[in-house]
Structure formats: structure tokens, C-alpha cells
Design a protein around this ligand. Structure first.
Ligand SMILES: NC(=O)C1=CN([C@@H]2O[C@H](COP(=O)(O)OP(=O)(O)OC[C@H]3O[C@@H](n4cnc5c(N)ncnc54)[C@H](O)[C@@H]3O)[C@@H](O)[C@H]2O)[C@@H](O)CC1
Ligand SMILES: [K+]
Length: 484
């Protein structure tokens, strides 16, 4: 598990660790790791031009001490001092090693630019001259390395209020910061390298976490010798309508590809025809009234994609939610629930999978506000509604009360196309039916769906049916090898 922490959590842990070590030890560890990462990027250090952007805090101190090390190895290192003050001991060490103080113009000439403007101590949008320097670094030809956090990204939330550095590599100290994993911040980091400064034992429970390939491999249900289709997870799908047949086809497809033992589909005439034509594997119950009494036993329900929002759909939603198994609610199902919250009053678990617009209707906050602060609002929704919430977006976030928010960065912007959400709901629904809890089903589902999107796209537009088709390949790549 990749775990990440807020600035306050990091600061607190650093203070505890610092109290046990001689003064300056942590910064030397940080500078050592930073200089090594810079040297790797430069290849040859001797004679190369390095420019340090140095802010007024300890982030600038890290940069100066790393600059000292690079200067001692023969690099031509210059520092642009951006703050009203500068880390004194760091500057002295830097100058003693042959480093020089330069003007802003130096940025354009550098092979490597080290962004030591601000780290976890930032508040609000970058002020001048920091903002101008960040823009300059972004347009310069040299490789940009951010110290701890790309300046301009809020370390605790990933929010970006104005100008922000876009790094090739971010060298982060002691532990990942939340803002490095959540967009828009995550889009600024480039590759993140973690420098161990000994913080591990002093870190609290994480603020957010991201599943790794190995975590997904552990969590993914795998059929054993005694598995039969009923034990591998039967998913009921209540989706599609005479107007929207495609959503049903895609959701059932996602579920079948993600390993549901059996999919029981219930719907009206038109989507029934379509689902039958696409998926002879599905067991189908045509509905002439909104009832699930003839559908047979299921281990979880997927409710909502393309279902419609009229009385018929409301009645069917009420029947599904009155069952005693976990229910995943998506799309039109979310509109129904936003209109009638009483539908959510049930004992068995609920997972909802909204995008920002759907969440907006559920918690009465504008879509823009949600997009600007996704972590805050996904947590709030989980607390207010008492359900597990998967908020879709460029980084998908999953919240459940009293657990760290799970973030997923496997996706690609090619996934922003019609129907991919229906596939995701099918994948996560199949995982629920196979016995994963809502929190794991949502985060493993997002991981696989993102990966399948990448595999389906390979740098070009994809279709949502293509994403469903790529889900088995995504599962195979999680296992690292084909499994018999
Ligand atoms: N304390 C330590 O021993 C260690 C600190 N570390 C480094 O120290 C950093 C934290 O240092 P600080 O707490 O001094 O904080 P920072 O250096 O991140 O930033 C604080 C400084 O930035 C200025 N500032 C804040 N917001 C600004 C804005 N919007 N525009 C322009 N200037 C702004 C403040 O006035 C303050 O002078 C970490 O990110 C990390 O790089 C690491 O070396 C690990 C060890
Ligand atoms: K920085």
C-alpha cells in the first residue's frame, strides 16, 4: 500500500524524530537523497549547469545543501534566492563549495532546475516572485526536479490555486504527501521518488492510500477447486430502459469480464433483447412490472445505469434496496436516491459511484466546488450519507467512514467518454458479489478499470466496450503472469 499524509501529520512526525537526533541530521539526509536523484538525472555531474530556485524556508535549505553536494562534484551550480530571507547555514555551505548566487535569467540556461521554493510550509497561491519563477521553470528546457512537493501544489490536498511547478521528478522526503497522489497536484509531480529519512516509525495512520499491484493481487478473488458459479458471486443487474439499452449491455459486460460467477439481468423488453444478443452468458428475467421476485438469489445488486428516473424506475429501485444484500448504486439510481433519501435506509451495505455532477445533487454542493476539493467532498458525502462513496474523476477517490481515502491513479484521460462509467459499475458490482466489502470492491474496481482503460487506449481513443474487453487483460497483468 502506498500511504500518504497531510503536511501537519508530516510536521508532527518530523518534530518527534528530530528531537532524537543531532540538529540538522534530517535535512542532511534529505539533501543526500535529493543530490543523488539530481546526479542520476544529469548522468555526468562535472561541468553541468544546475540552477536552484531557493525559497525562504527549509525547502530552500534542502535545495542549497543538495547544491553544495553537486558543486563539490564539479557541477556549475547557481542559486536564485527568491525569498526575503534564506536558510543561512545552507547558503554558507553552498557558497563554501563554490556555488554562486544568480539572477532569474539563469533558469533558461540550466541543464537541471531544482525547485526549492516551497514545500509543506506553503499556504495559498504562490506569491511573487515565486509564481514567476515557477512559470519560468515550466517553460525552460532544463529538467525540473521538485523538492518534496512541486511548488504551488498544496501538499495536504493536491489543490492548485495559481501558478505551480510541473516537475519531471519529485523527490519527496520521509513519506508521500496526500497532494502528490490527488489531482490536480498529482498531474504536476512527474515520477515521485521517496527519500527515507527515518520517519516511518513516527507516522500516524495515513490520510490517504493507493493500492499497489501487489495489494490488488492479494485482494482479487480467485476461483478455487470447489468454486461453482453460485459461490463465485452472483450479481443482479437492474439497469437499462427502453430508451437506454447500451448502459445495460456495458454494465453486464463489465461484470462478466471481472469474474462474476453469474449475472442475473432484470429489465424491460428492449434492453432484454440487447443484453441477450450481446451476452448469452447472462440469465435474464424480462420484467413487465417493477419487481425482482422472480430474479432468483443474488449476492449483490448493481442498480441504476440507464434505468430512467420515473415511477417505474423508482419502484424497482425501492425493491432492490429492500433486499438484504450489498447494492452498488450508479447513474439514474443516484438521481432517484437524491430525490428520495429514504431509499438509502437499509441494513446491508451501499456503495455509490457518482461523478461530481451526481454527487452535487446528493449533497447540495456545486459541481465546481466538488471538483476543486474532491477529497473534502468525498469524505463529507460518506459521512453524511453513511455509505461508501467512489467519486469518479482523473484521480478516482473512495471514501468510507473512519478509513483512509483510497486514491486511484491508474486511469487515463481517454476514459472520459460515454459508457465507461457503466463498465466500472459492472466491474465493481462483480467484485461486491464475489465477497469484497464496498471499500475494497470500489478501490480494486477503480484500479482494474483504469488499467483496462490504458490497455484499451494505448495512446488513442477507446470505446467503453473496448474497456470491458480489456478487463481480463488488466487482471492478468495484475497477476504478472497467465494463471491456469
Ligand atoms: N524540518 C526539517 O528538518 C526537514 C524539513 N524538510 C524540508 O522542509 C520543508 C518544510 O520547510 P518549512 O516548514 O520551512 O516550509 P517551506 O520551506 O515549505 O515554506 C515556508 C516558507 O515559504 C513561505 N511561503 C509560504 N507560502 C507561500 C506562498 N504562497 N508564496 C510564497 N512563499 C510562501 C513562507 O513565508 C515560509 O518562509 C519540507 O517541505 C522539506 O522540503 C526536509 O528537509 C526534511 C527535514
Ligand atoms: K518545492
Amino acid at each position: 500500500m502506498k500511504t500518504a499524509y497531510t503536511a501537519d501529520q508530516i510536521r508532527h512526525a518530523e518534530r518527534t524524530l528530530m528531537a532524537r537526533l543531532p540538529e540538522g541530521t534530517l535535512m542532511q539526509r534529505a539533501a543526500h537523497g535529493l543530490a543523488a536523484a539530481c546526479a542520476d538525472l544529469l548522468g555526468r555531474v562535472y561541468g553541468r549547469r544546475v540552477v536552484l530556485l531557493v525559497g525562504s524556508g527549509d525547502n530552500g535549505g534542502d535545495a542549497l545543501y543538495a547544491g553544495e553536494r553537486l558543486a563539490r562534484r564539479g557541477a556549475r551550480v547557481e542559486a536564485v534566492l527568491a525569498g526575503s530571507k534564506t536558510h543561512e547555514a545552507g547558503l554558507r555551505a553552498f557558497l563554501d563549495a563554490g556555488g554562486r548566487v544568480a539572477e532569474q535569467a539563469a533558469v533558461g540556461e540550466a541543464d537541471l532546475i531544482v525547485d526549492g521554493l516551497v514545500g509543506i510550509g506553503v499556504s495559498g497561491a504562490l506569491r511573487e516572485p515565486y509564481a514567476r519563477l515557477a512559470e519560468e521553470a515550466n517553460t525552460a528546457h532544463g529538467t525540473v526536479v521538485a523538492v518534496d512537493v512541486p511548488s504551488g501544489v498544496d501538499a495536504s490536498t493536491g489543490q492548485v490555486a495559481g501558478a505551480a511547478v510541473r516537475a519531471r521528478v519529485t523527490v519527496t522526503m520521509g513519506a508521500y504527501k496526500t497532494g502528490l497522489l490527488v489531482d490536480p497536484g498529482a498531474a504536476h509531480t512527474g515520477t515521485v521518488e521517496l527519500v527515507d529519512i527515518g520517519l516511518g516509525p513516527f507516522l500516524p495512520d495515513p490520510d490517504v492510500a493507493a493500492l499497489t499491484r501487489a495489494d490488488v493481487e492479494d485482494l482479487l478473488p480467485r476461483p478455487g477447486n470447489e468454486s461453482d458459479k453460485y459461490r463465485r458471486g452472483v450479481l443482479g443487474v437492474a439497469a437499462g430502459s427502453d430508451l437506454y439499452t447500451g448502459a445495460a449491455v456495458l454494465a453486464v459486460g463489465g461484470a462478466l469480464r471481472a469474474g462474476a460467477g453469474l449475472v442475473r439481468y432484470a429489465g424491460t423488453h428492449e434492453p432484454v433483447q440487447q443484453v441477450r444478443a450481446h451476452w448469452p452468458e447472462a440469465v435474464i428475467t424480462p420484467l413487465d412490472r417493477p419487481s425482482i421476485e422472480h430474479v432468483g438469489r443474488v449476492q449483490a445488486w448493481l442498480l441504476g445505469p440507464g434505468l430512467g428516473t420515473g415511477d417505474w424506475a423508482h419502484e424497482l429501485a425501492a425493491r432492490v434496496l429492500a433486499s438484504d444484500v450489498p447494492v452498488l448504486i450508479d447513474a439514474d439510481g443516484l438521481t432517484l436516491v437524491a430525490r428520495d433519501r429514504s431509499l438509502l435506509r437499509r441494513r446491508a451495505p451501499v456503495l455509490i459511484t457518482p461523478h461530481a455532477g451526481e454527487l452535487s445533487r446528493l449533497i447540495g454542493v456545486s459541481r465546481d466546488d466538488i471538483e476543486a476539493a474532491r477529497l473534502e467532498h468525498v469524505r463529507r458525502a460518506a459521512a453524511e450519507l453513511g455509505v461508501t462513496v467512489l467519486l469518479k474523476g482523473s484521480t478516482t477517490v473512495v471514501a468510507e467512514e473512519a478509513r483512509p481515502v483510497r486514491v486511484n491513479g491508474t486511469g487515463t484521460s481517454w476514459l472520459a467518454t460515454g459508457g465507461t462509467g457503466d463498465v466500472l459499475s459492472g466491474v465493481a458490482g462483480a467484485l461486491l458479489a464475489q465477497g469484497l466489502g464496498c471499500y475494497d470492491a470500489a478501490s480494486v474496481g477503480a484500479y482494474l478499470h483504469g488499467l483496462a482503460g490504458r490497455l484499451a487506449a494505448r495512446g488513442a481513443p477507446l470505446t467503453s466496450a473496448g474497456v470491458a474487453t480489456a478487463v481480463p487483460e488488466a487482471i492478468r497483468s495484475v497477476h504478472g503472469e497467465p494463471r491456469p
